[in-house]
Design a binder for this molecule. Sequence first.
Ligand code: CA
Length: 231
Amino acid sequence: MNNKYKILVIEDEANILRFVTALLQANNYFVIAAETAEKGLLMFTSHHPDLVVLDLGLPDRDGTLLLQDIRKTSPVPVMVLSARSEESDKVEALDMGANDYVTKPFGSQEFAARVRSILRSNRHSAEEGKLPGGKFTSGEMTIDYDARKFYIYDTEIKLTQTEFNIIALLSEHFGKVMTYSAISKEIWGYFDSGSTKKLQVNMANIRKKLSLKPGENKFISNELGVGYRMH
Ligand code: CA
């Protein structure tokens, strides 16, 4: 069977590595593993995995540095595993191009769902969703980039310029968590102490226009303390 997705897991904690490996194999993925950053990079280069699951706290090198090296040569999706104490590293990793993260300890269902979604959205974001004529569509959403209009089914949702820019930006990174800082820099050109608040206010208005209830994660989910993701 060579049509399985190949997943490289880089994790030094034996228990977690065993857990993740067994889980991915049970979900019919082909798993290769490394316990150090050095071995991980070697395996990445020689095996060309479809997804990298990367622990940030590795014994020989910071996982974010390994991510930097991977990003120099490859857009492969990367899912970061982080401990609570590595909260700021997680944000840094997302800004460096990680696609998603899970915080340890995590449940098997959640983890398997994230892996499925990351592989799916990576496949989709390349072609699907983008329509000819500068449009994007996913499920009930349609974005007309040229006309700067946003629709749910056929109903136009009236957005301000900034709100539209945020929606358009998230759609260009469909399925990926974008940090507050990454969004702010794209939308306003900078990130400072007031940026997150400003972004949250805009996002609250967007959610209101989409008639989303508090906590409802349809279309856009709020990754608490980290950023936003369109899905
Ligand atoms: Ca570790």
